[in-house]
Design a protein around this ligand. Structure first.
Ligand code: CMC
Length: 432
């Protein structure tokens, strides 16, 4: 608790309520508004939760004004430069970087849980060939609770650990199965000798008829994107996982609800929308026209991949991904990639435009990620699935933290009711 207090005063009665503030390790204090309803009989009102801290958390810290993102205290730039996705998973789950032995044990456990039940694999044949991969992935992840009911006791730490390893290990396999189904190609079983990202690429792009050669730059780029998408504190999908999980539902269902929330274009669906937008803009000559459309309040068009609820300076992930774009395109001999040129031009124009400057709208994580995915041969319908693969560890870490928090209660917001007052039922013959 900090020693600051705030007074909430009802001007009509003069009643006052002292509210205590609490300090985190870094970042703004919070005012504990829990006594407000009990003592003053009013609710606080914060649609979109832009001023509300919903929980205590020790996993990820964002300073949106300075463009800082820390996983368990470590700057994301350092992790992107020096770590691997699997090590970042360990860090997010356990709070500390692993020793060599811990990393080997964790990595071995993930590598040996990559297969999915053959019955689960057959689900994919039930989906139409043009089903969106996010729909398939959400459905199949939800079905996992029907396969692993022996380890669904959320109060058992060992069960929670098995769940965490299963989700992290199997997400690439489920994603690849969804992709192969859309292509009509045979599923490629995981290769447990490969690292996480190389295995993912082989399952995506390998075919039984040929050996698959892993491009190290491509695998490195995938690993980097996984690291950068691994967690982002109480974002929409993570809050959804926490809210669903707070009812005590099984964790596979909670994660499936996170996948559903991620799919929306204001959240993880933005990477797919960015590419559609760049293709629609087509050439640098059209950039001004689309920037003007984005500024026009009568036009629903928004610059996808621009703006963020929390970052008001820059999104550090976008800066890292833009750098990786050059590397990937160079490696593929695509130095003159028209989509990348268009994205760079769009960024330059938008960053100088008063509308975007005033509203502090900058490229976010989704602005450049699609350029890399597309260059590597991943179709745009799979972009949000890639986000879901990466974010699974964030969802699991937050779910675990919530379950282990003795103060955690079912999430149950209230409302400002604007509907009709009490009224009597009318028989249908009496209604006009
Ligand atoms: N293009 C044009 N105008 C924008 C944009 C944009 N991309 N984003 C925000 N604005 C304007 C908005 O119209 C509003 O203007 P005014 O104050 O005149 O009404 C102002 O900026 C504030 O916008 P907001 O919608 O109130 O801000 P928010 O914090 O509720 O929304 C956002 C944040 C990310 C949903 C929004 O910026 C957006 O829709 N961006 C495009 C979609 C996108 O790229 N989403 C990915 C987010 S990052 C990854 C992730 O979270 O998954």
């Amino acid at each position: 608790m900090s020693d600051k207090t705030y007074t909430l005063r009802d001007n009509s009665t003069g009643d006052e309520l002292e509210l205590q503030s609490k300090s985190g390790s870094i970042g703004p204090d919070v005012v504990d508004v829990r006594p407000v309803y009990a003592k003053q009989d009013i609710f606080t009102f914060d649609p979109g939760f832009s001023s509300t801290a919903s929980c205590e958390s020790a996993i990820t810290y964002i300073d949106g004004d300075k463009g800082i993102l820390l996983y368990r205290g470590y700057p994301v730039e350092q992790l992107a430069d020096k770590s691997s996705y699997i090590e970042v998973c360990y860090l997010l789950l356990h709070g500390e970087l692993p020793t060599a032995a811990q990393l080997e044990g964790f990595s071995h456990s993930i590598r040996t849980h990559t297969m999915i039940n053959e019955s689960m694999l057959r689900f994919f044949n039930g989906f139409h060939h043009d089903a969106h991969p996010m729909a398939m992935v959400g459905g199949v992840v939800s079905s996992m609770s029907a396969f692993y009911h022996d380890t669904l006791d959320i109060n058992n730490p060992r069960h929670r650990q098995i769940f965490a390893h299963r989700i992290i290990a199997k997400m690439p396999t489920i994603a690849a199965a969804a992709y192969k189904h859309t292509l009509g190609q045979p599923f490629v079983y995981p290769d447990n000798d490969l690292d996480y990202s190389s295995n993912l690429m082989r399952m995506f792009f390998g075919v039984p008829a040929e050996d698959y050669r892993i491009d190290p730059v491509a695998a490195e780029a995938i690993d980097l994107l996984l690291i950068l998408h691994a967690d982002h504190e109480q974002n929409c999908s993570t809050s959804t996982v926490r809210l669903a999980g707070s009812s005590g539902t099984n964790p596979y269902s909670a994660v499936a609800s996170g996948i559903a929330a991620l799919w929306g274009p204001a959240h993880g669906g933005a990477n797919e929308a960015v590419l559609r937008m760049l293709e629609e803009i087509g050439t640098v000559d059209n950039v001004d026209k689309y920037v003007n459309k984005a500024k026009d309040k009568n036009d629903p068009f928004r610059l996808m991949g621009f703006g963020h609820r929390v970052y008001k300076n820059h999104d550090p992930r976008a800066t890292i991904i833009r750098k990786m774009c050059y590397r990937v395109l160079d490696n593929l001999g695509q130095q003159d990639n028209p989509l990348f040129d268009l994205a760079l031009q769009l960024e330059q124009i938008a960053l100088k435009d008063e509308y975007f400057v005033e509203r502090q709208l900058y490229p976010n994580v989704d602005f450049y990620s699609g350029i890399i995915y597309k260059a590597l041969g991943i179709p745009s319908s799979m972009f949000t699935v890639m986000f879901a693969v990466a974010r699974a560890v964030g969802w699991v870490s937050h779910w675990q933290e919530m379950i282990e928090d003795p103060d955690s209660r079912i999430g149950r917001p209230r409302q400002l009711y604007m509907g009709s007052g009490p009224r009597d039922y009318q028989a249908i013959t009496e209604r006009s």
